[in-house]
Design a protein around this ligand. Structure first.
Ligand code: FEO
Length: 399
């Protein structure tokens, strides 16, 4: 694939990873891209690299424009390995002593990741770098989503190189938002829900800060997926909305099951939620990847988690999911636990504790059923679903 000129003298030289399906535990059903950009100016500049395995593809794309040795400057907006893994190969090819600009934390991370002694040039928030015709401005975006993360703003072309922010795990031939339209938004939502949710307060602050700075931004170039050049408002407004984590009239019943008892409970709870007018669905943790479940839970106003008791504890997939959800710091949800057991029956209590620790509003002590649900147990599940469904409109109204 050829490099693509995305703006005059700015080229996409990244890589498309069509085959990746598991990105550190996140299901990438449509693959992803690692975007990197070459700016032709008096100082030829490369912004970010790609995953290690794709470094030769990046260099080959650069070679179609200019001899890689002519690159004068490299900028690393983010040091996670999907963007820095290609650095050793790239620096070796272009010259190990070329200046490598990054944030202060980025310099620490690069030294931690790689033994090479590169010519690191840590920059301050607001620092500027003239490339000749262009001036670049560095904006620290600490913890969005790593301590080192930063944006690079090309003040001349009005282009924001936004690192992971506004990205999507999507591999396709489309390079721009206007080539794919609204179909990209589920991928952007999944990315936000699974990567950026814990930093939502910082997202809100960053959007306010950018508005305050009155930066004229005509194109946003994230490090994954399509670039935003036509409808920037679509993704910026979505980020502002997602960062608020406003609950909706939707519920997800997440569970695993051994002999279908917890499954029967889940389905009866979903029926109860449905009777209360809630858009509800059950999600079996061995039918959906944790990242797919989180994407659904993210926008929901209620989450119910169910597990059978196994060896005095939780079923392993449920532990995995709760650990993942806790780390993502999802907020503003009604919650409840349920599950079946044979003799000891710890699962419901353990789930309820976890939900409390996540600061979700646990509205019920939890529903435990011994062995196989009878008609009265199914009625109790239906009632639990209805109770939560009926509480949901008032709860949503609070946000
Ligand atoms: Fe795409 Fe945080 O790396």
């Amino acid at each position: 694939m050829k490099p693509l000129e995305v703006r005059e003298d700015i080229f996409w030289v990244g890589a498309i990873d069509w085959n990746i399906r598991d990105f550190h535990g996140y299901a990438t059903e449509r693959g992803t891209t690692y975007n990197a950009f070459l700016i032709l100016d008096e100082q030829i500049t490369l912004i970010d690299t790609v995953k290690k395995e794709f470094a030769d593809q990046l260099l080959e794309r650069v070679s179609q424009i200019v001899d890689p040795k002519k690159i004068d400057i490299v900028i690393s907006n983010h040091t996670e390995m999907d963007h820095s893994g290609g650095l050793p190969r790239v620096m070796h090819r272009i010259g190990e002593n070329k200046p490598l600009y990054c944030s202060q934390m980025g310099a620490k991370n690069l030294s931690g990741h790689f033994p090479e002694k590169w010519n690191l040039r840590p920059v301050e928030n607001g620092g500027q770098l003239s490339l000749g015709k262009r001036t670049l401005v560095f904006l620290e975006t600490r913890m969005l989503h790593w301590p080192d993360s930063m944006f690079t703003y090309d003040a001349t072309d009005k282009v924001l190189f936004s690192s992971d922010a506004f990205g999507q795990h999507y591999a396709g031939l489309e390079r721009f938002d206007d080539e794919i339209g609204a179909a990209i938004m589920p991928h952007a939502l999944k990315y936000y829900a699974n990567i950026l949710t814990p930093y939502s307060a910082l997202v809100t602050k960053l959007l306010e800060k950018v508005a305050e700075l009155k930066l004229d931004i005509q194109m946003i170039c994230p490090d994954h997926g399509i670039l935003w050049r036509k409808d920037l408002g679509r993704i910026v407004e979505a980020y502002a909305r997602w960062a608020r984590q406003k609950p909706t009239n939707k519920a997800v019943v997440v569970y695993d099951t051994m002999w279908h008892s917890t499954q029967s409970m889940a389905e009866a709870i979903v029926a109860g939620l449905g009777e209360a007018g809630v858009d509800a669905r059950p999600m079996h943790l061995r039918s959906y990847n944790r990242s797919e479940v989180i994407t659904e839970v993210f926008e929901a106003g209620a989450v119910l988690v169910g597990s059978p008791t196994l060896n005095n504890g939780l079923f392993p997939t449920v532990s995995d999911f709760l650990t993942y959800m806790k780390g993502l710091k999802l907020r503003n949800k009604l919650a409840a636990a349920f599950g079946s057991y044979g003799w000891s029956g710890e699962s419901v209590k353990l789930i309820a504790q976890e939900l409390q620790e996540m600061k979700l509003e646990v509205v019920d002590p939890g529903l435990a059923v011994k062995w196989v649900p009878r008609a009265e147990d199914e009625a109790a599940c239906l009632a639990l679903g209805k109770k939560i469904g009926q509480a949901l409109p008032e709860f949503i109204g609070r946000f």
